[in-house]
Design a protein around this ligand. Structure first.
Ligand SMILES: Cc1cc2nc3c(=O)[nH]c(=O)nc-3n(C[C@H](O)[C@H](O)[C@H](O)COP(=O)(O)OP(=O)(O)OC[C@H]3O[C@@H](n4cnc5c(N)ncnc54)[C@H](O)[C@@H]3O)c2cc1C
Length: 416
């Protein structure tokens, strides 16, 4: 059977693409080696981040680099095999993190972020999953006066872009989160129009069900090869070959390995994160996700329990789990909330799909007709899935675009 479009990858990005295409009368096949939403889109912090108008640059100040060297920081760690394997991408990342470059990148990035909540809302309504969404924001907590002052100034400026916040004293923070021990903190920022999802994997799964309700097809199989043929594309999986006119690669951190045999050498690199759930009790329940900005971790109220999510670890995709960073974070988190019984014995890990210029790849592949890319959303792929889905649908159906896709084109790295 020949499909109009095959989408590879049923994470937040691929599922949103399939949903938009099917809604607009394409006959779509969504392929994944697992059920929808079970990889990176499962284990994240579950924030739909309307406030995320700034990207995450590589540290550029000498003092910051020196602090990273002992590899004991809680927010970022690295493993030498990954530093060596991704050295080219990391060098590019460092270059793109120069202040003048970041300014331009952020302007482009913001054209996506501004649509995040409105685009999620359409899918939330269609999937009928209001119960998974909390619309009372999340809280950014600070431990030093200097950084807090800077963060408040940045937050005030963000109002110009429709990002709403409230500065919280420690007393106000305690009022919102009576179970927290905020000794060591100086204040917080409450981001008001960002959302918290109580089970990120369940949201992707609900979007996938909504897609199936529109007669979209899902097949669980591992894609081995993709090949152009006279009429479009052949997708060779472990047990079947599927055919389509258009092919979309939205396989998150695995995307680059799928397209490499076709001659695409994009500098996608993984940034791993870990999470562990703790049983929620009367004494540790929280009403908002709390981020410790100085230590770089998130505490989120999830259906499964309190989810403690780490910052970034530069490691290769198949590296053994290393719980050093998670353990360091848990020691700190346990001073803020009483966390006792773990929900699962083995903590989760997954990898953010990152590009050196901190922008996703969204658009035509460049070298092959009817081959489309949608990956590399880094720290905000859960937030940006739905707007990415809308853009890819508009591109394939040759419609007027909601967002200018030029800054996200796949060819931009052939020049650098
Ligand atoms: C610790 C952590 C916290 C985060 N917190 C947030 C947050 O709060 N908010 C936010 O917006 N983002 C967050 N992110 C980032 C976000 O999770 C990712 O950017 C996003 O999930 C990427 O979605 P995706 O659909 O591109 O990839 P994935 O969710 O990884 O989906 C890719 C899919 O492709 C499939 N696939 C791969 N190869 C093949 C193949 N050969 N054959 C078949 N299927 C294949 C995989 O099985 C997978 O299901 C966080 C990430 C981490 C790690």
């Amino acid at each position: 059977m020949r499909y109009k479009v095959i989408v590879i990858g049923a994470g937040m990005v691929g599922t949103s693409i399939a949903w938009h295409l099917q809604k607009n009368n394409s006959q779509v096949l969504l392929l994944d080696k697992k059920s929808p939403g079970l990889e990176t889109s499962y284990g994240n912090a579950g924030l739909i981040q309307r406030e995320a108008i700034h990207v995450h640059p590589f540290p550029r100040k000498l003092i910051e680099l020196i602090k990273m060297l002992p590899n004991k920081k809680t927010d970022i760690r690295y493993r030498w095999p990954a530093v060596l394997r991704y050295q080219h991408a990391l060098r590019q990342y460092w270059r793109f993190s120069a202040p003048f470059s970041v300014q331009k990148i952020e302007k482009e990035w913001q054209t996506l972020i501004e649509h995040c909540t409105s685009e999620h809302q359409k899918m939330i309504t269609a999937a009928d999953v209001e119960d998974l969404i909390r619309r009372d924001g999340w809280i950014e907590m600070h431990r030093t006066e200097d950084k807090f002052k800077t963060a408040v100034a940045v937050a005030k400026k963000a109002r110009e872009q429709g990002v709403e916040h409230k500065v919280l004293s420690l007393a106000e923070l305690k009022e919102l989160e009576p179970n927290g021990n905020f000794a060591g903190f100086v204040g917080a920022i409450h981001w008001l129009n960002s959302w918290q999802v109580s089970n990120p994997g369940a949201l992707v799964n609900a979007y996938a069900k909504s897609y199936q309700d529109m007669q979209g097809t899902i097949a669980k199989c591992s894609v081995k090869t993709i090949l152009p043929d006279d009429n479009g594309w052949q997708v060779v999986t472990d047990d079947e070959i599927f055919y389509s006119d258009h092919l979309v690669v939205a396989a998150g951190p695995w995307s680059s390995q799928l397209i490499k045999p076709l001659g695409y050498n994009l500098p996608l690199f993984p940034m791993r994160g870990y999470h562990q759930h703790f049983e929620t009790t009367e004494k540790n329940s929280i009403n908002h996700s709390l981020i410790d900005m100085d230590k770089g971790f998130v505490m989120g109220p999830m259906q499964q329990g309190i989810r403690i999510t780490t910052g970034a670890e530069v490691s290769v995709m198949d590296a053994e789990k290393d719980f050093g960073q998670l353990q360091a974070v848990l020691d700190i988190a346990k001073n803020i909330l009483p966390l006792k019984d773990t929900v699962e014995s083995d903590p989760w890990c997954g990898s953010r799909p990152c590009m050196p210029d901190m922008k996703p790849v969204i658009g035509a592949s460049g070298k092959h007709n009817n081959l489309w890319f949608a990956f590399g959303h880094g720290h905000q792929g859960f937030t940006l899935g739905p707007i990415t889905g809308r853009i890819i649908e508009e591109l394939i159906h040759n419609k007027t675009l909601t967002v200018n896709v030029e800054p996200f084109n796949a060819q931009r790295f052939s020049k650098s």
